[in-house]
Design a protein around this ligand. Structure first.
Ligand code: TRP
Length: 356
């Protein structure tokens, strides 16, 4: 964390403060020896309860973020959720924000006998000044996968987004329901959907913001990030068939039904042979948007000393985020690899074709 803060240009005092904050929010997990086997989480592939990301916009320093699971290693999912709520409420007292929007959803996302795959994750945007912006990720399937659509609809309704559910595109699963808490200009409510077998041609049509110009960018991003969708039509290797693509639909305005934001997440780690290839894709995407990739290169070196070609998964996802009235952002998600490095893929993984 300290090295990453340095890689994105945060000062020493902020970096030290954020390192302490990370430990505080992780609670008992922070003291868990790495020699013990990891606890169960799908926050990251190797079950580390922490994942970093950089969010890039043209002409600005990238923002470092960290996603973490405060209830990691709790005895049960119910206890994991309670630890998560305690951590978020503690953060709210510390930084002086209210948790009302989370409180009114508690019965929906924290039933007595919750189902997987998560209870509560929390993300921090580590801005200069030592006070992070806070995001909370909840599980629409907490009361069962079959109830997840109804849970999302009701949660949106309670937050004043009465028609938002109808605006969502079709998807295969509701994966996360996320809230911005604290000092945001426009706090968002976000719904994440998983799309099995997503193609480059379909991806732009999943955006419901109504903004047409972003469509070509989304298609180009899909092709560049995944290396797929670049050959002839119809082949299985044209689709995201190893791990689904995710879309995120962000609602801010309760007056309109349409989301103001759309993000496409491509799980680049399942479509690249090794992280050298994943980084090349990230650099190409950043280049398309006129963004300098140097902070990303520095950040990978801050997290690991291994060669990029010796593993895959250090870059877990690449994301392209469109939010109304702002330039698009490119997000790169960086694994901690505290427990394990996934070996590079064999030759069976089709090479990305040149020329896209
Ligand atoms: N590890 C999970 C996954 O691969 C959840 C997750 C972690 C995720 N970081 C993410 C999903 C970034 C999308 C983007 O799905």
């Amino acid at each position: 964390m300290l090295r990453l803060c340095e890689a994105v240009g945060l000062g020493g005092a902020d970096s030290a403060e954020y390192a302490r904050t990370l430990l505080a929010l992780l609670g008992s997990a922070a003291g868990r020896p790495l020699g013990l086997p990891p606890a169960d989480t799908f926050l990251s592939d190797d079950h580390t309860p922490v994942e970093y990301s950089l969010s890039f916009a043209p002409g600005a320093e990238p923002v470092l973020r960290v996603l973490l699971e405060p209830g990691y290693g709790a005895g049960s999912l119910a206890e994991n959720g309670r630890a998560g709520l305690r951590a978020v409420r503690g953060a709210a007292r510390r930084w002086g924000f209210d948790t009302m929007r989370l409180d009114v959803l508690e019965d929906l996302f924290f039933p007595a006998d919750p189902q997987g795959p998560l209870a509560l994750w929390c993300a921090l945007e580590l801005l200069p000044g030592g006070v992070p912006k806070v995001k909370v990720y909840l599980n629409p399937a907490a009361s069962g996968q079959e109830r997840s659509a109804a849970t999302v609809r009701e949660a949106l309704r309670r937050l004043g987004h009465r028609e938002a559910f109808e605006a969502l595109p079709p998807g295969d699963r509701h994966l996360f329901f996320a809230l911005d808490l604290g000092d945001w200009d426009e706090p968002r409510v976000k719904v994440y959907l998983a799309h099995d077998g997503l193609s480059a041609a379909e991806a732009p049509g999943l955006s419901r913001t109504g903004a047409a110009p972003e469509r070509l960018e989304i298609e180009r991003f899909f092709r560049t990030a995944s290396g797929r969708g670049t050959g002839g039509p119809g082949g299985a290797d044209e689709l995201l068939d190893r791990r689904p693509g995710l879309t995120c639909h962000a609602f801010t305005d309760t007056e309109t039904a349409l989301p103001g934001g759309f993000t496409l997440h491509v799980p680049v780690r399942d479509y690249a042979r090794h992280d050298g290839e994943a980084l090349d894709r990230a650099v190409a995407v950043l280049g398309h948007h006129g963004i300098d990739a140097a902070p990303l290169v520095r950040s990978l070196a801050a997290v690991t000393s291994r060669r990029l070609t010796d593993g895959v998964g250090l870059i877990a996802y690449l994301g392209l985020a469109h939010q109304q009235g702002r330039p698009p952002r490119v997000n790169a998600y960086i694994s901690s690899e505290a427990y394990a490095v996934r070996p590079p893929a064999g030759p069976s993984l089709r090479r990305a074709r040149a020329g896209h």
